[in-house]
Ligand binder design. Structure first.
Ligand SMILES: [Zn+2]
Ligand SMILES: [Zn+2]
Length: 345
């Protein structure tokens, strides 16, 4: 994490001099159109951040600011148009941008869809199919809520976010479920607390699709593909595609890796399941299947604020040109495959 004031100052200099574009072009994403990723869209960031992982939130107001800034500099395109450009490798470099939302939260329907429709922006939603239309919440949200409850009593504890991430990134989902059960038995969470985390319904998704948005897959249960065995990876990746195609009677070409985690085995599974495009959250590409590892830039409420807490176009400019990627880096070992049976790293 870059200290806020250094970030503010560096961003101002870089965006004024055009250095952000140059530095960004050094990253692996050179020539790839801009693809932005968001998660939840909420009314009040501070209120929602009391129970949700803050970096998964953007307020409707901040989302509009981002979209307005990007829209003055880029032409918004759908993922299908983006995919066609990538497949054609036509070499055009007119500035285009695609907007995506991960996890399929119901708040997309309430807060993002009206904004996107009003502004005529085609966006994509990556859904976790087993959760659609149910009262089940994402594993990461439940774990975060339980850990936040538990750590409230212990001042030496790691932050709930650090602990959530450490557990999610090391254990298969079946083990995470056991941790959740143990924590829930200690301090149960009331059903009301889960309400803001509900997923979209199939009826909402149908309406979203008819409004010109793309529906993509984000697995069946949001497993992190690098932590699971080959069979589970295939079930998650292929099963979610079949489910969306059956429910919405539409082809599904686009897949987003949960938490951006991928390795060779995961990319191969996404290819085998018939997807044409896969989206990550870093600039590393799979040499053999580059269209299944298309980089995205993740944004949230505070990713474009300066040291005074105000929205900064300079910082957003650095974000969209990926000028910070060289500094903040990616520590994934993408070349690792799942030879050891259960796929644990
Ligand atoms: Zn996700
Ligand atoms: Zn990477």
């Amino acid at each position: 994490m870059i200290r806020s004031w250094i970030k503010t100052g560096a961003a101002r200099v870089m965006s004024r001099t055009g250095l952000d574009k140059f530095v960004g072009s050094l990253s692996g994403a050179k020539g790839i159109p801009l693809v932005i990723g968001y998660h939840r869209v909420v009314e009040d960031f501070a209120y929602s951040a009391k129970t949700s992982i803050p970096s998964m939130l953007v307020s409707r107001r901040m989302l509009e600011r981002h979209l307005d800034w990007i829209g003055r500099r880029f032409r918004f395109i759908s993922l299908d148009e983006l995919g066609a450009r990538l497949e054609a490798r036509d070499g055009r470099n007119d500035p285009v941008a695609a907007i995506t939302f991960d996890d399929g939260y119901r708040d997309f329907y309430d807060h993002a869809l009206p904004v996107l429709k009003r502004k005529g922006i085609p966006a994509a939603v990556f859904v976790v199919t087993d959760l659609v239309g149910t009262r089940r919440v994402q594993v990461h949200d439940k774990l975060y809520l339980l850990l936040a409850n538990r750590f409230r009593r212990d001042s030496d504890a790691p932050t709930p976010f650090q602990a959530t991430r450490a557990l999610l990134e090391t254990l298969p989902q079946a083990e995470i479920e056991k941790v959740i059960q143990t924590l829930e038995a200690e301090v149960p969470i009331s059903e009301d607390t889960f309400l803001p985390f509900y997923s979209l319904t199939w009826e909402m998704l149908d309406e979203i699709r008819r409004a010109g948005m793309t529906i993509g897959s984000h697995t069946r249960t949001h497993v992190l593909l690098t932590n699971e065995c080959r069979r589970r990876v295939m079930e998650e990746v292929a099963g979610s595609r079949q489910e969306i195609e059956g429910r919405l009677r539409t082809g599904v070409q686009h897949f987003a890796y949960p938490s951006g985690l991928f390795n060779t085995a995961a990319v191969d599974a996404v290819a085998a399941a018939g997807y044409r495009f896969g989206y990550t959250t870093c600039t590393h590409r799979d040499a053999g299947l580059p269209l299944l590892t298309v980089p995205r830039t993740l944004l949230w409420e505070n990713s474009c604020r300066d040291s005074h807490g105000l929205f900064s176009g300079s910082i957003l400019s650095c974000q969209v040109h990926r000028a910070f990627d060289l500094v903040s880096g990616c520590r994934q070992r993408h070349a690792a495959s799942q030879e050891n049976g259960n796929g644990r790293l």
